[in-house]
Design a protein around this ligand. Structure first.
Ligand code: ZN
Length: 105
């Protein structure tokens, strides 16, 4: 079954909006933020699309909770590994995100 491109575009926009909303409500209603992440994940699965790269670091891959640096996750940059290490303080899961060096720098 093929899905029209337009529908995929809308799904992706909804995911982005959910993360924006999660960010806004985190200070006052963190449980809502966690729900938005789960909802975004559901949409992504249903439409078989991936969550935009820039948003992938904003939630835990294990417990799917919204992560905010210095509140419920710890972000460390490892120069030797050229990676960013994010520790979820909700469940202790550790995620490693390699970053690519820009050429010519
Ligand atoms: Zn977690």
């Amino acid at each position: 079954m093929r899905r029209p491109t337009q529908q995929l575009k809308i799904a992706k926009e909804r995911i982005i909006k959910l993360f924006e909303q999660a960010d806004k409500e985190f200070d006052t209603h963190p449980e809502r933020s966690h729900r938005y992440v789960k909802l975004a994940k559901k949409i992504a699965t249903r439409y078989n699309i991936s969550i935009p790269k820039e948003l992938r670091r904003k939630f835990c891959k294990k417990c799917y909770k919204y992560l905010k640096p210095s509140i419920n996750c710890r972000v460390r940059t490892r120069k030797s590994q050229q990676a960013v290490i994010i520790t979820c303080l909700e469940c202790g899961h550790i995620m490693r995100y390699p970053y690519k060096k820009e050429k010519g720098k």
